[in-house]
Design a protein around this ligand. Structure first.
Ligand code: PMP
Ligand code: GLU
Length: 399
C-alpha cells in the first residue's frame, strides 16, 4: 500500500479501557458469562429528570448548533456549581463545554504543548494522558507515585520531574485508577513547588470530584493556591457523577486566553457538543438536591465490600481508595506462579487468564503501573460478588 497513515496516527494506541469494555460486552452478547470490572462507568441508568429534560429539548426543536463554547445557560449553571463545590470563581467566558471531559483535556494538551515540550504526568495515570501528550508532539514525563505513599504525588518527586522544557503538569484527584485523593495540605505543598515554574500550565482533572468516601472535603489546586489560578485549567463533567457517560458532556474552566484557544481548536474539530445532551446536562447540574448522593452512598457500600473480599484473597493487597470508583490491588506476589502448563508472568498475563475464567479486569501496565489490577466497583453487587469469587478461585489454583 503506498497511501500511508501518518506517523502520529501510527504511534497512538487505542484506549485499553475502552477496548476491554468492548471485548467483555462482545463476549457477553455472544452468550458468555463474563463479569466485567473493566468499564469506568456507573451501572446506574441516567436519572429520569435528566432524560426528560433532553426529551423536552428535542420536542421543543432544540436541535440546532449551539455556540461552540456551549449553551450560555449551561455555562451559567457550571459557573454556579464550581463556586459551590470547588470554591472556584470563573466567568462564563472562562468556561468551555466539550464532548466529554476527554475532549476538554485533549483541547488543553493541544492548546499548550508544542513539539519537543514535556508534559508531567503522575503514575499510575489515566490511560489517555500520555497519548494526548504524544498527539500534541510532546513528551510525557512520568512521575511515579508509590504505593507506600498511598499513591500520592510527593512534592519532591514533582520537583525532580520539572525541567525548563515542562509546559504542562496534569493532576487528577480523585485519581483514576488508584482512588487517591489530594488533600488541601498536599495541594498547597505541590503549589509551592509549581510557584518556582511560572511557565508551566496545570491541568486539574476533577472528573471524580463528587465521588469521595472518607469524609474529606473536595479540594482543587486553583482554589487552594489562588496564585496558580492564572495558569490552571480545571476539567470536569457529568459522565461519572450523573451516570451520563454516553451523553458526552464535559467542561473546562480557566483563564480567558487559554479557554479561547481551546475554543478555536474545538471550533475547527467538533463545534459545540450535542444540543439536547447539553440541556440534559443543565438539568443534571441545576437540580438541588441532586441525584448524586444515593449513587455515591451505593458506590461506598460496594467499595467497602470489595475491599473486604480482596482482603480475604491471599497474595493480594490493596490501598483503600478514598474517591472515584476503582480499587487498584497489588498482585505482584501472584506473578511468576504456574497456571496450567504456563507461568503468569505479568499483570497483563493475569488478566488474560482471568478473562478465560469469566472476569474482565484492566491490568496495571497501561496505567504505568505493572503488577496491579484495576477493578471498577461501579458494577452491580451480585456481579461483584460473583467476579471476586472467581478471582479468589483462580488465585487458589495458581501454584
Ligand atoms: N478523566 C478521567 C480521569 C477519566 O477517568 C475519564 C473517564 N473516561 C475522563 C477524564 C473522561 O471523561 P468523559 O467520559 O467525560 O470524557
Ligand atoms: N475513563 C473510563 C475508564 O478509565 C472510560 C474509558 C476511557 O475513556 O478510556 O475506564
Amino acid at each position: 500500500m503506498t497511501a500511508r497513515i501518518s506517523g502520529r496516527a501510527r504511534a497512538v494506541h487505542a484506549s485499553p479501557t475502552l477496548a476491554l469494555a468492548a471485548k467483555a460486552k462482545a463476549r457477553r452478547d455472544a452468550g458468555e458469562d463474563i463479569v466485567s470490572f473493566g468499564a469506568g462507568e456507573p451501572d446506574f441508568d441516567t436519572p429520569r429528570r435528566i432524560k426528560e429534560a433532553a426529551v423536552r429539548a428535542l420536542e421543543m426543536g432544540r436541535t440546532k448548533y449551539t455556540a461552540t463554547a456551549g449553551l450560555r445557560e449551561l455555562r451559567e449553571v457550571i459557573r454556579a456549581r464550581m463556586v459551590r463545590d470547588g470554591g472556584l470563581d470563573y466567568s462564563t467566558e472562562e468556561i468551555l463545554v466539550s464532548c466529554g471531559a476527554k475532549q476538554s483535556l485533549y483541547n488543553v494538551f493541544q492548546a499548550v504543548l508544542d513539539s519537543g515540550d514535556e508534559a508531567v504526568i503522575c503514575a499510575p495515570y489515566w490511560v489517555s494522558y500520555p497519548e494526548m501528550a504524544r498527539l500534541a508532539g510532546a513528551t510525557p514525563v512520568v512521575v511515579p507515585c508509590r504505593e507506600e505513599d498511598g499513591f500520592q504525588l510527593v512534592p519532591e518527586a514533582l520537583a525532580r520531574a520539572l525541567s525548563p522544557r515542562t509546559r504542562l503538569v496534569v493532576l487528577n484527584s480523585p485519581n483514576n485508577p488508584t482512588g487517591a485523593v489530594l488533600s488541601r495540605e498536599r495541594l498547597a505543598a505541590l503549589a509551592g513547588v509549581l510557584a518556582d515554574w511560572p511557565d508551566v500550565w496545570i491541568a486539574s482533572d476533577d472528573i471524580y470530584e463528587r465521588l469521595l468516601y472518607t469524609g474529606g472535603r473536595f479540594a482543587t489546586i486553583a482554589a487552594v493556591a489562588p496564585a496558580l489560578r492564572d495558569r490552571t485549567v480545571v476539567v470536569s463533567g457529568v459522565s461519572k457523577t450523573y451516570a451520563m457517560t454516553g451523553w458526552r458532556i464535559g467542561y473546562a474552566a480557566g483563564p480567558a486566553e487559554i479557554i479561547a484557544a481551546m475554543g478555536r481548536i474545538q471550533d475547527q474539530t467538533t463545534s459545540g457538543p450535542t444540543t439536547f445532551a447539553q440541556w440534559g446536562a443543565l438539568a443534571a447540574l441545576s437540580a438541588d438536591p441532586d441525584d448524586v448522593e444515593p449513587m455515591r452512598a451505593e458506590f461506598d457500600r460496594r467499595r467497602r465490600r470489595m475491599l473486604e473480599l480482596l482482603a480475604a484473597i491471599p497474595g493480594i493487597t490493596c490501598v483503600p481508595p478514598e474517591g472515584a470508583f476503582y480499587t487498584f490491588p497489588n498482585v505482584g506476589r501472584l506473578l511468576g506462579k504456574r497456571y496450567g502448563g504456563s507461568f503468569v508472568e505479568s499483570s497483563v498475563g493475569l488478566c488474560d487468564v482471568l478473562l478465560e475464567r469469566g472476569v474482565a479486569a484492566v491490568p496495571g501496565e497501561p496505567f504505568g503501573a505493572p503488577g496491579y489490577l484495576r477493578l471498577s466497583f461501579a458494577l452491580g453487587s451480585a456481579d461483584m460478588e460473583k467476579g471476586l469469587a472467581r478471582i479468589a478461585k483462580l488465585v487458589a489454583d495458581l501454584a
